[in-house]
Ligand binder design. Structure first.
Ligand code: ITT
Length: 198
């Protein structure tokens, strides 16, 4: 029987990320309730976002009860910046921002970029940590375009769309193809396989 709702906490200080996640959760038939919780997490400097995500999850484990998850995301300019800013995305956004990234690129003809997201979940009913990953490929826009979204959205053009940046899409359009939604849909599939028991 699956008729009791149960809480799951998304530990994040980023309201935009929470809004995207709750928008995806809303439209799915799952019997868990999603809540945002802000807690001080520790972000280590590792060379991949999965390690950052797992460390971040464990850094709050003692401060919360029940099931909870964190998400770590990064923007990678594969050509010509060899993956920069990647694991440094947060710091780079705060320091040089989108304009700074564009200033590092001389030739926009053959750029390649991607967003990656890793969700790390502590799932109390199984006492297990599980990760879900998502990636979206695209290129870098020559100019900063669009009013929606956040972070690097105004300079990322996903391959699946002709020439719009993520920031030129509505949240629900971004949610159809984003790195975050790919990871989250795997997470939701997992929750459906593990519904709250009566
Ligand atoms: P948390 O509290 O959840 O850690 P955060 O803002 O620190 O929030 P991340 O470390 O996951 O988030 O992301 C690093 C940076 O990458 C973030 O500050 C954004 O600038 C950028 N970013 C992440 N997801 C993005 C997205 O979907 N679109 C654009 N930029 C994104």
């Amino acid at each position: 029987m699956v008729n009791k709702s149960h809480n799951i906490y998304f530990i994040t200080g980023n309201k935009n990320k929470f809004d995207e996640v709750s928008n995806i959760f809303l439209n799915k038939d799952i019997n868990y309730e999603l809540y945002q919780k802000e807690l001080q997490t520790v972000e280590i400097q590792a060379n991949n976002i999965k390690d950052v995500a797992l460390f971040k999850l464990n850094s709050v484990k003692e401060k919360i009860e029940g099931s909870f998850f964190i998400e770590d995301a990064g923007f990678f300019v594969d050509i010509p910046l060899n993956g920069f800013p990647g694991v440094y995305s947060s710091y780079v956004m705060k320091t040089i921002g989108n304009e700074g990234i564009l200033n590092l690129i001389n030739d926009f003809k053959n750029t390649k970029a991607h967003f990656s997201a890793v969700i790390a979940l502590y799932f109390q009913p199984l006492d297990e940590i599980i990760t879900f990953e998502g990636e979206v490929k695209g290129k870098v826009s020559e100019t900063i375009r669009g009013e929606h979204g956040f972070g690097f959205d105004p300079i990322f053009i996903p391959d699946k769309l002709s020439n719009n940046t993520f920031a030129e899409l509505s949240m629900s359009e971004k949610n159809k193809i984003s790195h975050r939604s790919i990871a989250l849909n795997k997470f939701i599939k997992f929750l459906k396989k593990n519904p709250v028991k009566k």
